[in-house]
Design a protein around this ligand. Structure first.
Ligand code: ATR
Length: 291
């Protein structure tokens, strides 16, 4: 990797950050674009995030930043302005310097929609979706599906109150038709059977021996089953979905597209998505060798 003393600095804030694939992906993109820049992880505790953000304002070679768990919500309160999407989701994953100000954006939802469109030719408009989980990732996805005109959004979560509160939030902000259900709700069978899209946003599947987060016999052939998890590349949910002739997608595409959109916001240039994808695949292979 080549950079000079005048290189632009791109930063990933999170805690932890050591596992992130963004440095591999973004440094490959910077290099392919011939940009004199470097993308580095900065592990920071929530209590120190305000100071870290303050230091960005005086950094003349600041190129841009990403924010990952658990700081996305806090970051929304530390920037000067928010894009419409970031304000709606209440979370920031991308920070851009604009005339001495910090602009907070959120590319997670758009990254998800692009992945659906480019990798599965799936348009949510007029279709029903079931989202498993009700955390930060589920919020970005529920908002993006509602904005894209999904007909019904069913949020299923272990803690029913979180599912209901996310559904209420989406209905209030976007006037969508969302409902929140607990894991043992009898309506789940029909909702999963009738929907066009099932998205897993829970952490169930991160451990290769994890069972699917829902009963896979409910999945309808032809439905699109999307797991945000990208490692392992094929979770039990995707394996079982394939057996039932569902179409399946893992989380690599969303990771790629949210990063490509962030790169474009920082630099004004479209990155080479092929280079980014190859860097991600290589980084995942390296991780698998280490673990
Ligand atoms: P993120 O911001 O990445 O979405 P999160 O806010 O911690 O992370 O949310 C994780 C989601 O996975 C939650 O919906 C969580 O369910 P709860 O709200 O009940 O905690 C879900 N989850 C985690 N472990 C789970 C498990 N073993 N079974 C079912 N759901 C689980």
């Amino acid at each position: 990797m080549k950079f000079t003393a005048a290189a632009k600095l791109f930063i990933l804030f999170g805690d932890p950050v050591g596992h992130s694939l963004s440095p591999a992906m973004q440094n490959a993109a910077l290099q392919a674009a011939g940009i004199d820049g470097l993308y580095i992880p900065w592990r920071v505790k929530g209590a120190d995030l305000p100071t870290a953000f303050e230091s960005l304002r005086g950094m003349e070679n600041f190129g841009g930043a990403n924010v990952t768990l658990p700081h996305k919500e806090q970051a929304a309160a530390l920037v000067d302005t928010l894009t419409q999407e970031a304000a709606l989701v209440g979370a920031v994953n991308t920070v851009v310097a604009r005339d001495g100000h910090l602009l907070g954006a959120n590319t997670d939802g758009q990254g998800f929609l692009r992945s659906l469109h480019d990798e599965a030719a799936f348009l949510p408009h007029g279709k029903s979706a079931v989202i498993l989980g009700a955390g930060g990732a589920a919020r970005a996805i529920a908002v993006s599906l509602a904005e894209a005109g999904a007909e019904e959004i069913v949020i299923v979560n272990r803690t029913i109150e979180r599912a209901q509160s996310l559904a209420e939030f989406v209905n209030r902000k976007i006037r969508a038709s969302a409902i929140g259900l607990g894991l043992d709700d009898p309506r789940i069978s029909a909702k999963v059977r009738d929907c066009a899209l099932v998205v897993n946003t829970t952490s169930v599947g991160l451990t290769p021996s994890d069972p699917p987060p829902i009963n896979p016999t409910l999945l309808r052939p032809g439905a699109l089953v999307y797991d945000l998890i990208y490692r392992p590349q094929e979770t039990a949910l995707l394996r079982e979905a394939k057996k039932r002739s569902c179409r399946v997608l893992g989380g690599l595409g969303m990771l790629l597209y949210q990063g490509a959109l962030a790169f474009e916001l920082w630099t004004g240039q479209k990155p080479s998505e092929e280079v980014m994808r190859q860097a991600l695949v290589a980084a995942i292979a390296n991780l698998s060798e280490v673990c």
